[in-house]
Design a protein around this ligand. Structure first.
Ligand SMILES: Cc1cc2nc3c(=O)[nH]c(=O)nc-3n(C[C@H](O)[C@H](O)[C@H](O)COP(=O)(O)O)c2cc1C
Length: 318
C-alpha cells in the first residue's frame, strides 16, 4: 500500500473501499464499514433533500470521532462521499460546498472529469478519486488533477465498464504510478489480493455489502443477492440508457422478460419510470454474487474477508 496517501496507508484493516451505491448506502452502512477498517462511502444524492447531507455528515463525523476516542488503537477508516459530475445534477455546487464545510476526507467523482470538484476539495486537504471505465477517461481525470483512479471493470454492479481488469490495470499502469482502486465482481478476500497482485492498491466493493444488515435495501433484495449466481446478472442499457448490471430475477418480478428486453431504451425508460423504477424495483448487482453466501452484519463480512485475504496470502507464500 506504499502508493497510498497516509490517511489510507495507516488506517485500513483491509485494502478495501466499500463503493457508493444509489439508495443502498447511507450513514448506518458507512459507519459500520469505517469502524470495521474499510473506507465506507455513499452518493451525496442519497441524502434527500440536499439539507439532509449536512445531517448525515455531522452524524458520520461525530460517530467515527467517538469510536476513535473510545479505542485509539483501532484501525478506523476514513469515509468518502460520491459526487455525480453531470449536467443533470443540479445539487453539485451545493453538495461540494457542504462536503468542504465538513472536510470530507475523500470525494469520489463519477461520470465527467471532475474539474469543478478537485479545487475545492484540495483546498481543505481532501482527496479526489475518479471513477473511469477507459484509458481515455483515466487520462482526462489525471489532467484534472485527481489523487487516484477507480477502474470500473467488467462485471461490476451498477453502471459497469466492459474491459477486463487485466487489460485496464495493465494499460493504466504504463503511464500512472499513483493510487489505483479496482472494481468489478470483487466479493472475496482472495479477489482483494488478486487486485493487488495485478497492480491495484485497493479493491472497490459494492455488491458484497448489499447483502449486509446495515444496507438500505429491501430484505428480498438482500436475499436475492445471497441466492444468485453470475448467470442471473444481465448487462443492459435498457433501464437508464447507460449499460449496467442488474439481477434478472428482479426484472422478472417487475413484469419484464430479461431474455427479450428491447435494446432501444427510450420507450423502455418511460415504461420503467411508470411501473418499475430502476434501482428501487429493478435491482443492481455485479457478477460476483455467486460467492456471497448470506446476509450478515458488516463487521462479520469484513472479518471473513480478512481471514480469506490472509489465507490467500499464506497460500501463495507456501
Ligand atoms: C445498486 C448499485 C448502485 C450503485 N450506485 C452507484 C452510484 O450512485 N454512484 C457510483 O459512483 N457508483 C454506483 N455503483 C457502482 C459501485 O460504486 C461500484 O462501482 C460497484 O458496485 C463495484 O462492483 P461490485 O458491485 O461488483 O463490487 C452502484 C452499484 C450498485 C450495485
Amino acid at each position: 500500500m506504499n502508493r497510498l496517501p497516509p490517511i489510507l496507508r495507516d488506517n485500513l484493516a483491509l485494502p478495501v473501499i466499500a463503493s457508493p451505491m444509489f439508495i443502498v448506502s447511507g450513514p448506518d452502512l458507512v459507519i459500520a464499514q469505517c469502524r470495521a477498517g474499510i473506507v465506507g462511502s455513499f452518493p451525496a444524492l442519497n441524502a434527500r433533500p440536499a439539507a439532509m447531507l449536512d445531517t448525515w455528515l455531522t452524524r458520520i463525523t461525530e460517530e467515527l470521532a467517538a469510536a476513535r476516542a473510545a479505542d485509539p488503537a483501532a484501525r478506523i477508516a476514513p469515509f468518502a462521499v460520491n459526487q455525480i459530475v453531470h449536467a443533470s445534477n443540479d445539487r453539485l455546487a451545493e453538495d461540494v460546498e457542504t462536503c468542504a464545510r465538513h472536510r470530507v476526507p475523500i470525494v469520489i467523482t463519477s461520470l465527467r472529469a471532475p474539474d469543478a470538484v478537485v479545487r475545492p476539495v484540495h483546498g481543505y486537504g481532501g482527496l479526489v478519486f475518479h471513477d473511469v471505465t477507459t484509458v481515455r477517461h483515466a487520462e482526462k481525470a489525471l489532467e484534472a488533477g485527481v489523487d487516484g483512479l477507480i477502474l470500473a471493470c467488467a462485471g461490476a454492479g451498477g453502471h459497469a465498464g466492459t474491459l477486463s481488469p487485466f487489460a485496464l490495470v495493465g494499460e493504466v499502469r504504463r503511464f500512472y504510478d499513483g493510487p489505483l482502486i479496482l472494481s468489478g465482481a470483487i466479493t472475496t478476500g482472495s479477489a482483494i489480493l488478486a487486485a493487488q497482485a495485478m497492480g491495484a492498491d485497493l479493491a472497490y466493493m459494492g455488491t458484497r455489502f448489499i447483502a449486509s444488515a446495515e444496507a438500505n435495501a429491501a430484505p428480498a433484495y438482500k436475499d436475492m443477492i445471497a441466492g444468485a449466481s453470475a448467470a442471473d446478472i444481465l448487462y443492459t442499457p435498457f433501464f437508464t440508457g447507460v449499460p449496467g448490471n442488474y439481477l434478472a430475477p428482479s426484472i422478472r418480478a417487475a413484469g419484464l422478460d430479461p431474455d427479450t428486453l428491447p435494446t432501444a431504451d427510450k420507450t423502455a425508460m418511460s415504461f420503467a419510470s411508470d411501473r418499475a423504477k430502476p434501482w428501487r424495483d429493478v435491482w443492481g448487482a455485479g457478477q460476483g454474487v455467486g460467492t456471497i453466501p448470506d446476509v450478515r452484519p458488516v463487521a462479520e463480512i469484513v472479518a471473513g474477508l480478512a481471514r480469506e485475504y490472509r489465507a490467500a496470502r499464506a497460500g501463495l507464500a507456501a
